[in-house]
Design a protein around this ligand. Sequence first.
Ligand SMILES: Cc1cc(-c2ccco2)c2oc(N)nc2c1
Length: 156
Amino acid sequence: MVANKLLTLVFVRESTRILLGLKKRGFGMGRWNGFGGKVESGETIVQAAYRELKEESGLEAKNLQEVGLLKFEFVGDPQILEVHVFTSSEYEGQPTESSEMKPQWYDIDSIPFDKMWPDDKWWFPLLLKGSKFSGYFLFEGHDDVLNYTLEEVDSL
Ligand SMILES: Cc1cc(-c2ccco2)c2oc(N)nc2c1
């Protein structure tokens, strides 16, 4: 039983728009997503969330709030990805393209789900309305979700 791989995902939110980044290389390349990555040894999940947002977008969040817990399993791979999802509404800096991500603001009414991970269409509406959520998604490859569970929760 391999320990879950811990990852962070941060979405910076304004009243009518949300900051997404186009992944330029590696895992999830070509898809718009929040900013995040691996939790390194010696840092907490929250510290990793702040660090990855700064590294990938240039923004310094001032008020990360954990809003979601997502677990992703791939058929044939024992390593489960445990993604801690955060939002921020207060930040310093300007969105800046990095080697990993090209940032772009999207109106919350026109989220590019067809160019995002396929699970997003299920939990994004919960994130946008300010709910806390917990979900599990079984992937076959990177494009097909075989089954999932998703629930709104009072606390994570
Ligand atoms: C399988 C999977 C992984 C991630 C991920 C990688 C790094 C942080 O999250 C996702 O992100 C989203 N939105 N769906 C995702 C599915």
